[in-house]
Design a protein around this ligand. Structure first.
Ligand code: GUN
Ligand code: FE
Length: 482
């Protein structure tokens, strides 16, 4: 029995009994059958123990055994999924526009759409969609990029708080953009608006939503701005996010534009942007020397496999990142990645690892357990939130998915013979699917839906219908109450 002995027993709000599966530092997949888990009124895990210990636990923690929620045979809990990299403002065109490499894609599709977030009605619509969609797909923690607009970015913070998602929200900073002329800030505006964003978001005192300092990437920011943002993050002790070494053309341009720096990593390092609270997306083309700098600074990487493949950016060698002991999580990178579902990120991460194995049969393919750990505990570590979330440990918040693999109308057929929990988890991770609800009478939407469906039918098989309930800090946030 694990119980917290250094605190007086908290008031227990809910107790669950059944199968729990999660990752720990020691083991990629720990299966706890007939486990009891108690959540206190603050949403924290107050105790865990064996089902056989019900009587003792109920006395110690003061709950009534008749009020325990018993999971059904085909149900289990896993930790909430952590999306370490998603562009909320790109959700409106997710599933389309994947016919160009990164830099052309940014200029052609991304910047024109992001420039529309001066319109708070548009922002309200897109941002509530993305928060709801990701929650429904089991993303209990999201690390968001927004646009350069402070007020729309504050609105995303409000929506995440209202719907109950744990979130880091980053107002994007960029003082270079030669393609969509008005979609950039002056260096001074970018600093001032970042400070205003941080202050106003912190003043809201949302319990689960925090600001993250967000230079878009080295090609969008003058050296002065990078340095100033590093200083702002340091002064307020804030997390930092950006992109690094996603695509070879980008790496080449960074080399040309920053000739006095030893590498792309060095550009961020010397501008105080690589700290133990930094998460950098992609990193497909980082050298071993650069990975050593990540390890030394404690900075982490976000692996965005759908985007890496969709924009033909590269294949991240996760095994090599792990060998360098660099913290690593998974990201959807909507809309470079077409799916907002972290179950998709899990599958694409495994596919990428298998492509590396096809290229080199000696490559040590990631196991499903390892990828599951990246999507949960790894993500929480990458965002420096592993004190609060990532797995089932006494003292952490209860962020969890109640999975029902036998959900009516769901995409999975269970084996006729009963299967062990580990096998059922593997099936769920591989076979879960996403719901797309469209009004197909509108021809524009129909075209969009066809785009989506082509991707869904050919590439996805996993399903949010199996995610019966989603909890963040003990609060049931899915199904929605509205
Ligand atoms: N690099 C700079 N901006 C972006 C972006 O919006 N998406 C992706 N995938 N890479 C970027
Ligand atoms: Fe990105």
């Amino acid at each position: 029995m694990m119980a917290q002995s250094d605190r007086p027993a908290a008031t227990i709000a809910n107790v669950y009994r059944g199968t729990f599966m999660h990752s720990t530092q020691k083991t990629a997949l720990e299966v706890l059958e007939d486990e009891l888990l108690g959540v206190d009124t603050d949403g924290k895990i107050a105790f865990m123990g064996r089902g056989a210990e019900l009587q003792t636990l109920s006395q110690t923690f003061g709950f009534n055994p008749s009020e325990v929620t018993q999971l059904a045979k085909d149900e289990f809990f896993i930790p909430g999924l952590v999306d370490t990299h998603i562009h909320a403002c790109q959700y409106s065109y997710a599933g389309t526009a994947l016919d160009m490499p990164l830099l052309q894609w940014l200029n052609t599709y991304t910047f024109p759409v992001e420039s529309q977030f001066t319109d708070l009605n548009f922002a309200q619509r897109v941002y509530s969609q993305v928060v709801k969609r990701t929650l429904r797909n089991g993303t209990t923690t999201a690390c968001y990029f927004t646009s350069i607009h402070t007020d729309a970015s504050l609105l995303l913070g409000k929506l995440a708080n209202d719907f109950g998602q744990r979130a880091l929200v980053g107002k994007v900073c960029m003082d270079i953009n030669d393609f969509v002329e008005h979609y950039k800030e002056t260096t001074q505006e970018s600093q001032d608006e970042t400070c205003r964003f941080i202050k106003e978001l912190l003043d809201k005192k949302y319990p689960l939503v925090r600001p993250v300092v967000t230079p878009r990437f080295a090609l969008s920011c003058k050296e002065t701005l990078l340095g100033e943002l590093g200083a702002i993050a340091k002064k307020h002790n804030l997390p930092i996010q950006s992109h690094i070494s996603e695509n070879l053309e980008e790496v080449k341009l960074v080399k040309q534009l920053f000739p006095k720096y030893a590498s792309y990593t060095d550009v961020y390092l010397k501008n105080n942007l690589l700290t133990d609270k930094t998460v950098m997306a992609h990193g497909c083309h980082l050298s071993d020397e650069e990975l050593v700098i990540f390890k030394e600074t404690g900075a982490s990487l976000s692996h965005c496999p759908n985007s890496n493949i969709s924009l033909c950016s590269g294949l991240l060698d996760v095994r090599n990142v792990l060998k360098h002991q660099v913290k690593l999580g998974l990201g959807t990178d909507v809309a470079g990645g077409y799916s907002a579902s972290m179950l998709d990120a899990v599958r694409r991460a495994r596919d990428t690892s298998k492509v590396l194995t096809i290229q080199n049969p000696n490559y040590n393919t990631l196991t499903f357990e390892e990828v599951f750990r990246l999507a949960t505990l790894g993500g929480s570590q990458a965002l420096s939130l592993d004190g609060q979330t990532g797995n089932f440990e006494v003292g952490k918040d209860f962020d969890a998915l109640r999975v029902n693999v036998a959900a009516p109308g769901g995409p999975m057929d269970l084996s006729v013979n009963s299967e062990e929990p580990k096998i059922i988890l593997e099936k769920f991770l591989n076979l879960g699917e996403c719901q797309f609800l469209f009004n197909l009478s509108d021809p524009k939407r129909l075209r969009c839906a066809v785009h989506h469906l082509l991707h869904v039918v050919s590439l996805l098989s996993g399903d949010d219908r199996n995610i019966a309930e989603v909890y963040v800090a003990g609060r049931k946030v899915v199904p929605f109450t509205d």
